[in-house]
Design a protein around this ligand. Structure first.
Ligand SMILES: [Zn+2]
Length: 451
């Protein structure tokens, strides 16, 4: 009986050694929640277990790592859970003597992701051929579904549930109405992203080779089609193991991508592009903003104009409005910009009224911070100056917290001086507010090329 066990162990060792040698030398990429991230040290796959350096565990996964070099003990914690592990020598990890324990190599400690996924709300996948390690983190409770490859995203990675490694053949592109589908011999990872100027949607099929109808011998080709959104589809063997399919768009569109038929078909459908606009009525609640000549508050002017803009924008199919506040509530400056980032806004507009000690000062000022906001700010500013009939007090660059926090093109508008008699009277008139709201809405539509 003892002999059999020894023999079996020897056999396993023999079988596993070649795998270790090749895998240990390969450089792997790391994807966290579908996004490729830059690692300090390439992840390692040893004995079919993916390992990440302790620096990357802390930086990329956000877990707390404590390493006691003298006792060779490691503790990784997340929320209220932790896992404590003994750190072994690299040789012991490689030969499998201490399988799945952290080990020291290349001046760092490598942490087995399996120990982490057993203890924390995360899921780990790895793929030898695309040389990638995929980590899906859920910051909620461990009971919630962890692995949910959301197919909608920009950029994103579509990982079929039943991923089988090995080269896949990309053989056919089918067009059925507005939907386009791409046939593969088996499931594979598809990454997708959007590019601008000109508008393109790019799909990369990993470990893939062009075959069948698509293999013309020239390494690629194109399909010109009659489609609402697409001008043509280009496909190519992008490098030895990636097939790239590019949709050249006639106009920007929202897209949905899903994997069907056990991952053998990737379907992509298109719809009218919708833009999210965050409208921020400045101040609110305990923060009244400027106080006008007759004692009225800037916060009320801001909200009134923001509501008028929202009403105009809501009539547009392609615009979706999110307001930072809909009533007289207080909100921190940073929270306003963060809200725009969180909802994935395309544009951010903060509405204000101005105030100055010299009551002669009158006019419109438009502020922006990020360089990418310049074109949008210029367009809005010119529109507003024209519609308001007030002096042009210029487009200005300033790091106001709201427009600094919001990452998308954003502006802070000063729609007149509450300390100036003429401006003040205009600002509280329905006519002026409607004119300005329309100028802002028209500016947004022009910027987004909405007819
Ligand atoms: Zn203000």
């Amino acid at each position: 009986m003892k002999k059999t066990i020894v023999l079996l162990t020897a056999l396993i060792m023999l079988l596993t050694v070649p795998v270790i040698v090749s895998a240990g030398q390969t450089s792997y990429s790391l994807y966290v929640n579908g996004q490729k991230v830059k690692v300090d040290k390439s992840p390692k796959i040893i004995q079919k277990i993916p390992y990440l350096s302790k620096e990357d565990v802390s930086k990329q996964l956000g877990y707390k790592v404590e390493w006691e070099k003298n006792n060779r003990k490691m503790k990784v914690s997340h929320a209220k859970s932790f896992v404590q592990m003994q750190v072994v020598d690299q040789a012991d990890a490689v030969t499998g003597t201490f399988e799945g324990l952290p080990f020291e190599a290349d001046g760092t400690v490598y942490v087995p992701l399996k120990q982490l996924s057993d203890n924390f709300p995360m899921k780990v996948l790895w793929d030898r051929l695309s040389k990638s390690v995929y980590v899906y983190l859920s910051d909620g409770q461990a009971s919630s579904p962890i692995f949910d490859p959301d197919p909608v995203g920009d950029p994103g990675v579509l990982v079929p549930d039943d991923l089988i490694t090995g080269t896949v053949e990309v053989s056919q592109i089918q067009i059925s109405g507005a939907k386009i589908s791409i046939q593969t011999s088996k499931s594979t990872i598809v990454s997708h992203s959007e590019l601008q100027d000109p508008n393109r949607i790019v799909l990369d099929f990993e470990d893939a080779r062009l075959t069948g109808d698509l293999n013309s011998g020239k390494g690629g080709g194109e399909l010109i089609l009659d489609h609402t959104y697409i001008q043509k589809i280009r496909f190519a063997q992008n490098d030895a193991d990636i097939v790239r399919v590019v949709f050249d768009m006639k106009k920007p569109a929202s897209y949905q991508i899903q994997s069907v038929e056990a991952g053998k078909r990737t379907e992509i459908s298109f719809s009218e592009k919708r833009y999210k606009i965050v409208l921020d009525a400045g101040h609110g609640g305990k923060d009244s903003g400027a106080v006008g000549l007759d004692g009225r508050y800037e916060k009320d002017f801001n909200l009134s104009v923001a509501k008028k803009i929202a009403a105009l924008m809501e009539k547009e199919d392609q615009l979706e409005v999110v307001m930072t506040r809909k009533d007289d509530t207080f909100m921190e400056l940073t929270a306003r910009g963060e809200m725009a980032n969180k909802v994935g806004a395309d544009l951010f507009i903060s509405i204000h009224g101005n105030n100055f000690s010299d009551s002669k000062i009158s006019g419109i000022e438009t502020y922006y911070w990020h360089r990418e906001s310049f074109a949008f700010a210029t367009l809005l500013h010119n529109n507003i100056v024209k519609a308001s009939g007030l002096p042009d007090r210029n487009l200005r660059r300033n790091d106001w917290r709201v427009i600094k926090t919001a990452k998308m093109p954003g502006v802070l508008l000063e729609l007149g001086y509450m300390s100036n008699a003429k401006d003040h009277a205009l600002m509280w008139s329905e006519e002026y507010q409607n004119k300005v709201a329309k100028a802002i809405t028209d500016g947004v539509k022009a910027y987004l090329n909405i007819k």
